[in-house]
Design a protein around this ligand. Structure first.
Ligand code: HEM
Length: 540
């Protein structure tokens, strides 16, 4: 009997609670300001409980987001577990985010890796738009990556390109396979390491290789940690150990860079190297007591790490795609070769000073970056609520501009999936409202664009000038995109493929050739096709 009374009483209490809750909700709604509107979120595909949209995603994210956008629109909301992002997929909305709301979207979202960084709050890429970021950006644009500083290191780029040509030539000479992916990556890595901290000058020649290994390990662990975002609060337990892996790789990086920093401090005043690399410049700034921001050692190491991560892989990957496109388009290869023949001639190797006159080369590189942007997801966050494409975007929304989709948007580009460098030639350009975002846009746009492009122009120009690149038996290079957001080729230009493509042909070098260390004055016939051209410092 007592139990029945208790049950009735509990039910009565439950109804009282329910009624009062509904009443309070009703009163709150009634007293809300009449102009208060409901938030209109961007559209979103139907989600499953807990996993959200995970089941809709494939390993090649930019492509998968592009497909989803064709159904759910150019601004859509994607959730995976507890992580939510907005994805921008066409040129019009990209312009809104990157140009109209540039200042508001000049922040970067966090992706979970920051908790394990040994340089907390010191890096540049992830820094909020504020005094520290502005200070470093100014240093990048006026000193580290300025035109005069880049020019001071032109000889290093020439040297590294010569090494690359030698590798390709030697492999072909021995009829060996040539791993172009590795060769191109090693060239960009060596250039960037030597420009930042004169690696081949100090310490062992392995330093550049070690830097590449440590940064690759850091990036791999950070990418896995960013996927861990979906675990929400559970991510702090580092269940899979990726946080520990990232910390370990950062400590290895730190030890190496600390050693090089000490060498720089010892050599700096002696002026042994005769020119300042980026590390020298940063050390000088760190000693300046009047500087707006007092740079710490951690700031220096974190900024250099950003430069290695942001500069090497992007440029290396972009070079591979460009070469692959050239191999697949013999007509474009021929046109490029003709332009180089006309502008540079056959007596010397292409130089950086030739590049402004090689308009078709510019167009080829730009077209390759349009179709295969090496940073296909541009990551931003907004500080304040705003409207984009008619939808409400709340403050701190993680926003990804899908550069891959934006630069294949059929409303902006004719035949968007075709490799047509002509679209970037001056005469054609006026016809299109082009949105080229391979280097991002606005305040947070890539500060290394000039260096990246310089390397691409002169490396691709040299490879086209010196070797014939053809697909064996007309079989095209596989242009499938690789997994994750990295944008690398799924089937890199590895030995099997490339050995068949490389056709370094007749080389006749004069003894006075200032470019070649190859058997001077000898005529070396390489490759498989007779009567072709090779221009390295000799006659055709
Ligand atoms: C082909 C080569 C390259 C491509 C396609 C590329 C692309 C990009 C993109 C898309 C961004 C994000 C921009 C945005 O948010 O709007 C970026 C940022 C950045 N890039 Fe590059 N990049 C390249 C080469 C380089 C090089 C050579 C360096 C340095 C030596 C570099 C350093 C950076 C840095 C430090 C940032 C962060 C800027 C910031 O947060 O304010 N990049 N890059």
């Amino acid at each position: 009997m007592a139990t029945a009374i208790d049950t009735h009483f509990n039910l009565f209490l439950f109804f009282i609670w329910l009624l009062s809750t509904l009443l309070v909700r009703f009163l709150i709604k009634k007293h809300q300001k009449p102009n208060t509107r409901t938030v209109q979120h961007p559209p979103s595909p139907p989600a499953l409980p807990i996993i959200g949209h995970l089941h809709l995603l494939s390993s090649v994210l930019p492509k998968c987001f592009q497909t989803l956008a064709s159904r759910y629109g150019p601004l859509m909301k994607i959730s995976v577990g507890s992580s939510t992002s907005l994805v921008v997929s066409n040129a019009a909305v990209a312009l809104e985010v990157l140009k109209t709301h540039d200042l508001n979207f000049s922040y970067r979202p966090e992706f979970g890796a920051e908790d394990y960084s040994i340089y907390p709050n010191s890096n540049f890429f992830g820094a909020d738009y504020g005094a520290y970021w502005r200070f470093i950006k100014r240093i990048c644009m006026t000193q580290l990556l300025s035109a005069p500083q880049l020019n001071r290191f032109a000889d290093i780029r020439t040297e590294e390109i010569m090494k690359l040509l030698e590798v390709v030539l030697k492999r072909s000479e021995g009829n060996e396979a040539c791993d172009m992916s590795a060769a191109l990556m090693s060239t960009t890595n060596n250039v960037i390491c030597r420009m930042t901290m004169s690696t081949s000058f100090s310490g062992s020649s392995d330093d550049s290789k070690k830097i590449k290994k440590f940064t690759d390990d850091i990036v791999k662990a950070a990418a896995k940690l960013s996927l861990g975002e979906v675990w929400g609060p559970l991510k702090k337990f580092d269940l899979f150990g990726y946080g520990r892996q990232m910390k370990a790789a950062m400590l290895e990086y730190d030890e190496l860079v600390e050693r090089i920093l000490i060498e720089h401090e010892e050599n700096r005043h002696g002026g042994v190297k005769g020119r300042k690399d980026m590390m020298d410049i940063l050390l000088e700034i760190s000693e300046d007591d009047t500087a707006e921001v007092k740079l710490t050692r951690s700031n220096i190491k974190a900024l250099l790490l950003d430069i290695f991560i942001a500069g090497t892989e992007t440029t290396g990957v972009a070079l591979q795609w460009t070469l692959a496109e050239i191999i697949n388009h013999p007509d474009i290869f021929n046109k490029l070769r003709e332009e180089i023949n006309a502008v540079v001639g056959c007596q010397r190797l292409i130089e950086e000073s030739d590049v402004p006159n090689l308009h078709y080369l510019h167009a080829v590189v730009k077209e390759s970056l349009r179709l295969h942007p090496p940073s296909p997801m541009i990551l931003r966050k907004n500080k304040e609520d705003c409207k984009v494409s008619g939808y409400d975007v709340l403050a701190n929304s993680r926003t990804m501009v899908n550069a891959y989709a934006v630069m294949r948007d059929p409303d902006s580009w004719e035949e968007p999936s075709e490799f047509k460098p002509e679209r970037f030639l001056a005469s054609a350009r006026e016809k299109h409202g082009l949105v080229f975002v391979a280097f991002g846009s606005g305040r947070r746009a890539c500060p290394g664009a000039t260096l990246g492009l310089t390397l691409m122009h002169v490396i691709i120009g040299s490879l086209v000038q010196c070797f014939d690149w053809k697909a064996k038996g007309g079989v095209k290079v596989n242009m499938e995109e690789g997994p994750a957001v990295s944008a690398a080729m799924a089937h890199p230009l590895l030995n099997r493929t490339v050995s068949d493509h490389v056709r370094p042909l007749t080389q006749e070098a004069t003894p006075e050739s200032k470019f070649l260390h190859f058997s001077a004055s000898a005529s070396v016939r390489l490759g498989f096709e007779p009567n072709s051209t090779l221009l390295l410092g000799g006659r055709v």
